[in-house]
Design a protein around this ligand. Structure first.
Ligand SMILES: Cc1ncc(COP(=O)(O)O)c(C=O)c1O
Length: 378
């Protein structure tokens, strides 16, 4: 019988995320340099899985002017944790939340007449001003005022509102597909509304449109504030618009090899026995599963001892199996990389996304809350 030793893992956690905050700061500096404008760091959805509070602190250190979130709860958490930077809720705020937003100096988005009226009712009941940005739908088909007929209303609220309108923005649907011409069209629509409002003496302190892709390749979309998300984390908006090479990936996902067994030919592995060993095979077990956000699909791969190995059989909730025939030296306790580098080999979130039929955004947003986040270079 072979004796298998136990190596000491670098973590007490069976699976964990390592997030390098200096990479996040570096990426924000790069975006500031490329664009020459102020930055709103988009840190919604727990900062795309990276941890909203720590990312907000890194962004503050890097000198961002704004933080962008999707929901009031996210903004409230940031204020509770002592974040002082201006925060804009990019999505819909329930009218009942308007007072909380005003009291915590959180800026809301006004995207239609009905919610404006409800916010206004709330704003009348408090002395602290409610701050807001107007949202224009220039071609995303999501939230926002979308036609020239809205102009008289926008003019009215800019000049006479109880609500302090500080900015105006739009969101681009295809900035990561630059050849389509959609971004130029959207900017044309947005500029027409801006000009129309300027002519009516409505001026805005902040004008913004650019997500990561646009920040990198569409100078005309930058106005006086850019609104990048994915690039802050060092990930590519798309294959057509990768981040420049100075950007650094911030997140690695690791786990531990917990068992190694030589299994005879014909052994069924995992639920449903979707995999049978073809000869005696070295089968490893790792401590990660779909309960952590590792998808239950075939053809996953991981890194161990600087080599790529396949995940075999069905991914379970908390564990899955890997084939170690090519890595004879692997022993329980070894670190295993799901996303990140080991030696000269790397698995990027974009590669995992390709296997899962999705985008890197969904891969990192889907990393379960139960995985501990370990922060490097705070
Ligand atoms: C309104 C808004 N602005 C900016 C962003 C950031 O986009 P990206 O992560 O592509 O830079 C998003 C992300 O979905 C968004 O919804």
């Amino acid at each position: 019988m072979s004796i298998i030793l136990w190596s000491m893992s670098n973590s007490i956690h069976p699976t964990w995320l390592e997030i390098d905050l200096s990479s996040i700061r570096n990426n924000i500096f790069q975006l500031q340099n490329i664009s020459g404008t102020s930055v709103m760091a988009v840190i919604k959805a727990n900062a795309y899985g990276h941890g909203i509070v720590e990312t907000a602190r890194a962004a503050e250190k890097a000198g961002v002017k704004w933080l962008g979130v999707a929901r009031l709860d996210e903004a409230v958490l940031l204020r509770q944790q002592g974040i002082k930077t201006d925060i804009l809720i990019l999505g819909h705020t329930m009218p009942e939340g308007a007072k909380i937003a005003a009291n915590l100096n959180i800026c809301v988005t006004i995207h239609n007449i009905e919610t404006y009226n409800l916010y206004n009712d709330q704003a009348r009941q408090i002395s602290t001003p409610l701050r807001a940005h107007l949202k224009i739908d220039s071609g995303m088909g999501r939230l926002g005022f979308f036609d020239q007929e809205s102009i008289p209303f926008l003019q009215e609220i800019c000049r006479h509102s109880k609500i302090r309108i500080e900015g105006i923005f739009t969101h681009l649907a295809k900035a990561d597909e630059p050849a389509t011409g959609t971004t130029e069209l959207q900017l044309l629509n947005f500029n027409q509304i801006l000009e129309n409002l300027e002519e009516r003496n409505c001026h805005f302190q902040w004008v913004h449109a650019a997500n990561s892709a646009a920040s990198i390749i569409f100078p005309k979309s930058r106005y006086n504030l850019i609104r990048p998300g994915i690039a802050i984390y060092g990930l590519n908006p798309s294959e057509e618009v990768p981040v420049p090479h100075e950007f650094q990936v911030a997140l690695s996902w690791k786990t531990t090899l917990t068992s190694v067994k030589n299994m005879p030919a014909g052994t069924g592995i995992s639920y449903g026995h979707k995999y049978f060993t073809r000869a005696t095979e070295r089968i490893g077990v790792i401590s990660v599963g779909y309960g952590d956000g590792f998808r239950r699909v075939p053809d996953n791969e991981v890194l161990i001892r600087g080599k790529r190995v396949p995940v075999i059989g069905t991914v379970c909730m908390d564990q899955c199996m890997i084939l170690l025939d090519e890595v004879e030296k692997a022993i329980p306790g070894d670190d295993v990389v799901l996303i990140g580098k080991q030696g000269d080999v790397e698995i990027r979130a974009e590669e995992v996304a390709g296997r899962w039929g999705t985008i890197a955004y969904e891969v990192t947003c889907g990393l379960a809350a139960r995985i501990p986040r370990i922060y490097i270079n705070p």
